[in-house]
Design a protein around this ligand. Structure first.
Ligand code: ACM
Length: 768
């Protein structure tokens, strides 16, 4: 944190200089530099009067081997970030200043820790453990000011810093879509810039095997290729017929490992087993459970084709792991273990015999046996496995580290059992999820994880006491690429959320401040502009809520967010193109299409409001919706805005109920004649959301005695009733409308979530 007193002094000084600056240069925007804009927020950053100013001879001074390496890498990073500085490195002090001395003082061995002293004549960056000096140089780079053309300087001061967590991870799926070595290196540069220290490289899956294995060449000659790729969203089930593939040679892998190591990033390769292995089975069908051939998957999802736990299969996998372990010097190998659909094992006489023979109980026991064997093999080579949290099922392998993705529960269970865990829960850390309203975002798998949600994630769950909490190594975000096809789109999904993740993993909780973070993010966006990085501008998009008016005639549109919310301009379709600067909630009494735009980025959102007799009226609802899907509360159902389903639904607009009917009463405010009620709902069976089974409408004039006006069954497989259903009845004078909606019931067998209660998702209720 900036020491307030020193920062205040610094500010006064700047005010004087600003006047001088105006005299000598028209372009002098020093005020924005009065605070530092380092991300992740350092533990302590104190600025003092004065500057270290770069001259043409300013160089790094590095007198030990590690410092020399850090200097070389820092030079590359300075160029990567378009600082305009091409730094030379000296191995011996020369008689000129100023210079930047890099020291690695490993005596204290605090991983990642560093300090920086910035004086007018020199800067000393000292690393106190692995990566420390390099991180100091990344901080220093982010402190460089460039107030006049060709002038580079850093305010004098002192920085003390060390990471909150030892594991700071970012993942990239190179199976669903393949990314060339050059982009993988760029991705690693991005991670290094934000002090991440682990790159989880997802190298094998159903849709492509991406790592050369010399002993099994077909893994890449066949398994790296598929005949086509799913287009659009999964629910559309459409494919192209363009052959797609690619893989990394062992030479390329070594090059990337070395490149990452220079940036103090360890690579954890993931070799998926016993599921998500269709590409391997396409090449070597003999290691599956069925006497058949397989094809590399063209679409997404979970496939029933998995490795069969035969001795030959273990030999095959151990041989693969031998080559993998020789390429990746890190301590961990990720062996997947997630989403194993075990029907093939259920139907295999061999597997059933093995379960009996080894007294494994069932297929979960067999999965546990499988993982334990692989784990023991990896241990015998001096390394450790990481697996997704499903490897807890049936008993965890001794020594295994859990990657908790289906929520935090896996990580909590692992930590309580004294196993290390890495937190990567789907609701906070899946960067393939939308970061804004799907209407305005490129197609993604689903979900909704805006920047703020990532920022406020705490890897230590409340449920863990300190003794168990020490087993949480840190957090990681995952970049699954089913819907991410190009490097530019990876960047879009990565930025700015990577910056938030870096503060989750690095910064002390008490030093985090979202408003200040947003200020710093905008400084970094200017750097990303220079770098040509395709970051998302979603945070600038205005967000709005629709509120009731006190007399329940009309609705109020309130702009609630967007980084420049106070500057938003709005336009109303009905009143020509006149634009207004937003100052207070906008009263709307008729159908309107309102566009709200951030003037700085042009990012906008529209609200399409349609009135019916229920719009803006008082509504009560029983029971409360699920905490996860409350949108703007019950009023959401009568706010005039119909929730969207295309291109994807977003939890912002739907009220969700898990396994329960619901009932609402709408008070029309006075007696009115009505003849129909329409309910809007969602069906997304993949997400366990089913249309309601039935609903009924009752009418009342006094709010006490109700008479039934109509009932409707909603057939489960009628496409015509996918979105909404209407009950018509004879025109009736009424004030109160009571609607009972019956949820679907248990999810039928053969569907995702079978036997579990279905979710009910509702949006607009329309009374005519
Ligand atoms: C996962 O997302 N299947 C780990």
């Amino acid at each position: 944190m900036v020491n307030k007193k020193i920062a205040a002094l610094h500010m006064n000084n700047i005010s004087l200089r600003r006047i001088w600056g105006v005299v000598i240069a028209c372009f002098f925007i020093i005020s924005s530099y009065a605070q530092s804009s380092v991300i992740p927020q350092p533990n302590s950053l104190q600025l003092r009067d004065g500057y270290f100013t770069f001259t043409p001879t300013t160089a790094f001074l590095a007198t030990d081997m590690q410092s020399f390496q850090d200097a070389i890498t820092a030079r590359d990073m300075f160029l990567f970030c378009r600082t305009g500085l091409a730094m030379k490195t000296l191995k011996k002090p020369l008689p000129y200043t100023p210079y930047i001395e890099i020291r690695n003082d490993s005596a204290q061995a605090i991983a990642g820790a560093y300090s920086i002293d910035i004086l007018p004549e020199k800067i000393i960056v000292t690393g106190y453990g692995t990566g420390g000096a390099f991180y100091g140089l990344m901080t220093l780079m982010q402190m460089i000011e460039n107030p006049f053309s060709g002038v580079y300087r850093i305010p004098c001061g002192h920085v003390e810093d060390q990471p909150r967590f030892d594991y700071r991870g970012m993942h990239l799926d190179c199976s669903r879509h393949f990314f060339e070595v050059d982009f993988v290196k760029k991705y690693i540069d991005y991670l290094a810039l934000y002090k991440m220290n682990t790159f989880h490289w997802h190298l094998t899956d159903d849709q492509g095997w991406r790592i050369e294995i010399k002993k099994y060449p077909k893994l890449t000659t066949m398994g790296a290729w598929r005949a086509g790729t799913m287009t659009g969203h999964y629910r559309d089930q459409t494919y192209d017929t363009i052959p797609y593939g690619g893989y990394y040679t062992q030479e390329q892998i070594k090059e990337v490992v070395q490149y990452a190591a220079m940036r103090h990033i360890t690579i954890i390769p993931e070799i998926e087993m016993p599921g998500h292995c269709l590409a391997a089975l396409a090449a070597y069908p003999e290691f599956g459970c069925k006497d058949t051939t397989y094809s590399t998957a063209m679409g997404w999802g979970v496939f029933p084709d998995i490795f069969c736990p035969k001795e030959e299969t273990f030999t095959f996998l151990e041989n693969i792991l031998d080559e993998v372990m020789a390429l990746f010097p890190g301590a961990y190998i990720h062996i997947g273990g997630d989403e194993v659909e075990k029907t093939a094992w259920k139907e295999s006489a061999f597997c059933q015999q093995l379960i009996k023979e080894k007294q494994l109980g069932d297929e979960n026991g067999l999965q546990s046996y499988f993982i334990k064997r692989i784990s023991a093999y990896v241990n015998s080579k001096g390394k450790h496995i990481i697996g997704w949290d499903e490897i807890l099922d049936g008993g965890i392998a001794p020594d295994a580290t859990i990657m908790s993705w289906r929520g935090e529960e896996g990580g909590i269970a692992a930590a309580k059992a004294e196993h290390h865990a890495i937190m990567t829960p789907g609701d906070f850390c899946y960067f393939d999820h939308y970061q804004g309203d799907p209407l305005f975002e490129p197609l993604a798998i689903g979900g909704y994880i805006p920047l703020e949600k990532v920022y406020f994630y705490d890897p230590i769950p409340l449920a863990l006491k300190a003794d168990a909490a020490q087993y949480i190594l840190g957090a990681q975000a995952n970049m699954w690429t089913e819907y991410i096809t190009t490097p530019e789109q990876v960047e879009y999904m990565l930025f700015p959320r990577l910056m938030a993740l870096s503060e989750v993993d690095w910064s002390k909780k008490e030093n985090k401040n979202y408003d200040d973070f947003l200020r710093r993010v905008q400084v970094h966006m200017r750097m990303l502009d220079k770098m040509g990085t395709n970051y998302a501008k979603t945070i600038f998009r205005p967000a709005y809520s629709i509120l009731p008016t006190t007399d329940h005639t009309g609705v109020l549109l309130q702009i609630t967010a967007g980084v420049n919310a106070k500057d938003v301009l709005w336009f109303m379709s009905g009143t020509g193109s006149k634009e207004y600067k937003y100052s207070e909630p906008i009263l709307i009494r008729d159908d309107e299409n309102i566009k709200m735009q951030d003037p700085a980025t042009g990012t906008y959102v529209t609200a399409d409001i349609h009135f019916n007799k229920a719009t803006g009226k008082q509504i009560s609802l029983q029971p409360d919706p699920s905490k996860k899907y409350t949108a703007d509360g019950p009023f959401t159902l009568v706010n005039g805005i119909s929730a969207t389903t295309k291109p994807n639904w977003s939890s912002k607009q739907w009220l969700g109920f898990s396994g329960t009917d619901c009932e609402m009463i709408i008070d029309l405010g006075k007696t009115d004649t009505v003849h129909s009620v329409t309910i809007g709902y969602l069906e997304d069976k993949l997400s366990w959301i089913w249309r309601p089974a039935a609903f009924s409408v009752e009418l009342s004039n006094d709010g006490t005695s109700y008479a039934t006006a109509g009932e409707a069954q909603i057939p489960p497989d009628d496409p015509a009733s996918l979105r909404n259903t209407t009950i018509h009845f004879a025109p009736t004078a009424t004030q109160f409308v009571r609607i009972h909606i019956q949820y679907f019931g248990k999810i039928p067998a053969g569907n995702p979530g079978a036997e579990k209660p279905a979710w009910l998702f509702l949006d607009e209720i329309m009374v005519e």
